[in-house]
Design a protein around this ligand. Structure first.
Ligand SMILES: *[C@@H]1O[C@H](CO)[C@@H](O)[C@H](O)[C@H]1NC(C)=O
Ligand SMILES: *[C@@H]1O[C@H](CO)[C@@H](O)[C@H](O)[C@H]1NC(C)=O
Ligand SMILES: *[C@@H]1O[C@H](CO)[C@@H](O)[C@H](O)[C@H]1NC(C)=O
Ligand SMILES: *[C@@H]1O[C@H](CO)[C@@H](O)[C@H](O)[C@H]1NC(C)=O
Length: 388
């Protein structure tokens, strides 16, 4: 910056005709650079604080930065700051959609007549009350110029929350508000939405857009907002956003301190039910159960013993476990590992073909000993969801 200054001032001496222009340019440049420098920490801060709004600030900030390249064409840095400040209240969307207003709708058979009549009534039309989110609301439309004051040539739209429930129970009510008006030429609703949620309470019952849409559109029969000889339609979406009351936490448990659970079926030779389910066993703070089809199920029917691990509380998380049938003669076991989400609704985690029936029935293998068959499961890890 210093070298630039020296260069400029030497040029000034040689070409006095251009001196004042260059000086003006330089002042502009310094001013703009300074605003950019001062704005930067503020801007960085805002970026942290205000998620989406930062996007808008960024646009404004770019104006300042770009203007460094053309300082003289740049008008008033102060106006940039003011505009940014205005926009920081939220991001506003203005678009068309086919979906009608979700909370309430008002149709004027003749907009011009209505605008005239309300002049004797505070220059506003207030709808009947309607209920959204457990509160009564009214929609307020100002069809005339500069009503409310400061709205200029715009139709203004507001909503007001009925304070009767708030008086008994003072609280903040947060709501997303979108104002709409029907545009007949495209058969859509033109809407203005501020993406920030609005806070209503006993002392702040009203909120709205003083500059919803230029009144001129409602005077021009070709604009689409006036149709069928003077009709117009206004509406509102109110989405009351209550904070959640129920929630859940998903976690994954490993290193289960009490991983082993055991079960046995006695008098196997007399058992003829399709399947047997164990009582619940606890491991890792959860209850589990075994389910056994002695004669198989699915692809294992008639050829295998089918063995499954169930969640006794019917949870459907991710489970890693070793399932075993004990060889009671040789102190061994047949083991298979499950890992994943449940295989099937009624059977939890397991195998249709756990052991071939011929091995089960082979007396040398000891899976059935004293007419008893023994099962074991080692719970290695599981996901759980806790609800609050
Ligand atoms: C809404 O208004 C109706 C009729 O005026 C009233 O009966 C009802 O109690 C009100 N509800 C609330 C939540 O204020
Ligand atoms: C409740 O709302 C009405 C209508 O807006 C207003 O006249 C009244 O003063 C309010 N009451 C309180 C306690 O704010
Ligand atoms: C199971 O076998 C034992 C002896 O091994 C016998 O006392 C008992 O009655 C049998 N139970 C059933 C349900 O058959
Ligand atoms: C269940 O999943 C295991 C893998 O974890 C797989 O080997 C087994 O065949 C599956 N069982 C069924 C009945 O689909």
């Amino acid at each position: 910056m210093h070298t630039r200054k020296e260069k400029m001032s030497s040029e000034e001496k040689r070409k006095p005709n251009y001196g004042s222009i260059l000086l003006y340019c330089f002042v502009c440049f310094v001013l703009v650079a300074e605003v950019a420098r001062l704005a930067k920490p503020y801007y960085n801060n805002l970026q942290n604080v205000m998620g989406t709004a930062a996007l808008v600030v960024e646009e404004g900030f770019m104006d300042v930065e770009n203007s460094e390249m053309l300082p003289c064409s740049y008008r008033k840095p102060a106006s940039v700051a003011a505009r940014n400040h205005e926009k920081l209240t939220g991001l506003i969307r203005r678009e068309d959609r086919t979906r009608p207003p979700s909370s309430y709708c008002v149709k004027f058979q003749n907009f011009a007549t209505l605008a005239n009549l309300v002049k004797q009534n505070g220059d506003k039309y207030e709808s009947r009350p309607f209920t959204v989110g457990g509160y009564n609301w009214t929609l307020i439309i100002y069809p005339n110029e500069n009503k409310p004051q400061g709205s200029g040539g715009f139709v203004s739209m507001y909503v007001r929350i009925d304070n009767s429930t708030l008086i008994d129970n003072p609280r903040n009510v947060y709501a997303e508000i979108t104002f709409l008006t029907y545009k007949a030429t495209i058969d859509k609703y033109h809407y203005l939405q501020e993406t920030d949620v609005q806070r209503f309470h006993l002392f702040k019952q009203e909120w709205g857009q003083s500059r919803f849409l230029e009144i001129g559109y409602y005077r021009d029969v070709n604009s689409g907002f006036i149709f069928n000889g003077g009709q117009s339609v206004f509406g509102v979406d109110i989405l009351v956003t209550n904070p959640f009351e129920n929630w859940e936490v998903f976690s994954y448990e490993e290193n289960i301190p009490d991983p082993l659970i055991n079960w046995r079926i006695t008098n196997v030779s007399t058992r003829s039910a399709r399947f047997y389910t164990s009582p619940p066993f606890s491991s890792g703070g959860r209850d589990w159960a075994f389910k056994v089809y002695l004669n198989g199920v699915g692809t294992g029917t008639g050829n295998s013993l089918s063995l499954f691990l169930l969640s006794a509380s019917n949870e459907r998380g991710y489970v890693k476990a070793k399932l075993r049938v004990i060889d009671q003669i040789r102190s061994q076991h047949e083991e298979k590992q499950v890992e994943g989400w449940p295989n099937s609704t009624e059977n939890g985690w397991g195998f249709e073909k756990f052991i071939p029936l011929q091995d089960i029935k082979n007396p040398a293998k000891g899976f059935i000993f004293n007419d008893i068959i023994k099962f074991e499961a080692q719970i290695l890890s599981f996901s759980k969801v806790d609800s609050f």
